[in-house]
Design a binder for this molecule. Structure first.
Ligand code: ADE
Ligand code: ZN
Length: 328
């Protein structure tokens, strides 16, 4: 499974930070975040809301463009080791320069340089999706979306809100998403993880997104599942994340197979791999064990993901070629 070429559409850059790197940076900066680590040295949290706090505490040691360059290098090396050839990562102006446009450009420059070097070294391609953090509120989301709109292009390719799905309502974020759409950014939103099927409907209605981050709780409303299938809405499913956070008791209970069987375009990603003790290889192995999925299914998933990627057509053609699928 490790060597199978993979496309990952849903990865949070800070959430993919190896705990060793965060610990090292904390030492360098004399920041005490020892409380976020468990006895095994990994990140420790009680539930999703505590996870968000631990995530933000870990992120507090990432204080400069150079720190983000180091992070990007480490993350892409780990992705490439697991066969990922193309990855879209959520990057937040909230953490990269406090939503100041000039600082954001500096962070972005450093991240892109590190990504270019990783592409030369490991053959992995990265693109960025700007992510407003929902629980930081609609005003912060507007500022993040402005950063996205001002830097939209061949590398910043989308906007995708994350954070606490129970904070506020999607209609509060319409302005931010309208701004991004006008800048030709592609749109996704975390929904149907903690918010249930209505949250998926609201993301589609208010934000007019073409992909949904998670979206798995659509399974609780089969009419919605059929709508997703009919409209070709792509789900960025992160099964290991859902199981680790207790959304489902085990892999066999996860709805990804049922969603796929009913015609929904599902893809597979890791979300925040070290937090959930997972990798893309492990996700594939667990899915094979739980649902009997074989290589043909995984190639199909990766083709769906490549076709749903927010990159330009030339990049897409290259990915499809590496997946050995004709790009027609
Ligand atoms: N930020 C990082 N991981 C997340 C998740 N699984 N849901 C919402 N926001 C997130
Ligand atoms: Zn996520």
């Amino acid at each position: 499974m490790r060597d199978l070429p993979k496309v990952e559409l849903h990865l949070h850059l800070e959430g993919a930070a190896p705990p060793e790197l965060i610990r090292q940076m904390a030492v360098e900066k004399s920041v005490d975040i020892s409380g976020i680590f468990g006895p095994d040295g990994g990140y420790a949290y009680r539930d999703f809301w505590h996870f968000l706090q631990v995530y933000e505490a870990a992120t507090s040691v990432l204080q400069s463009p150079e720190d983000y360059a180091r992070l990007t290098t480490a993350v892409l090396e780990a992705c490439a080791e697991n066969g990922v050839i193309y990855c879209e990562s959520f990057i937040s102006p909230d953490f990269c320069g406090g939503r100041d446009l000039s600082a954001w450009r500096d962070y972005l420059h450093a991240i892109r340089e590190a990504a270019d070097a990783a592409e030369r070294r490991h053959g992995i391609t990265l693109r960025g999706i700007v992510t407003p953090i929902r629980h930081f509120g609609p005003d912060a989301a507007r500022e993040a979306a402005l950063c996205a709109a001002e830097t939209a292009g061949d590398w910043i390719v989308g906007l995708g809100i994350g954070g606490d799905e129970k904070a506020g309502h999607f209609k509060d974020f319409e302005y931010a998403f309208d701004m991004a759409r006008e800048a030709y950014l592609r749109l996704t939103a975390h929904a149907g993880e903690w918010g249930g099927p209505q949250s998926v409907r609201d993301a589609l209605t208010h934000l007019r997104v073409e992909r949904i981050g998670h979206g798995v709780r659509a399974i609780e409303d089969l009419a919605l599942v059929d709508e997703l299938a009919e409209n070709g809405t792509v789900l960025e499913v992160c099964p290991g994340s859902n199981v680790a956070l207790g959304l489902y008791p085990d892999w066999r209970a996860h709805p990804i197979d049922r969603l796929r069987e009913r015609g929904v375009k599902v893809t597979v990603s890791t979300d925040d791999p070290p937090f959930f003790h997972t990798t893309m290889t492990q996700e594939y192995n667990r899915l094979a064990d739980a649902f009997g999925w074989d290589e043909a299914v995984f190639t199909d998933l990766n083709t769906v993901a490549a076709k749903a990627a927010f990159c330009d057509e030339e990049t897409r053609a290259k990915i499809l070629k590496r997946l050995e699928v004709p790009d027609a």
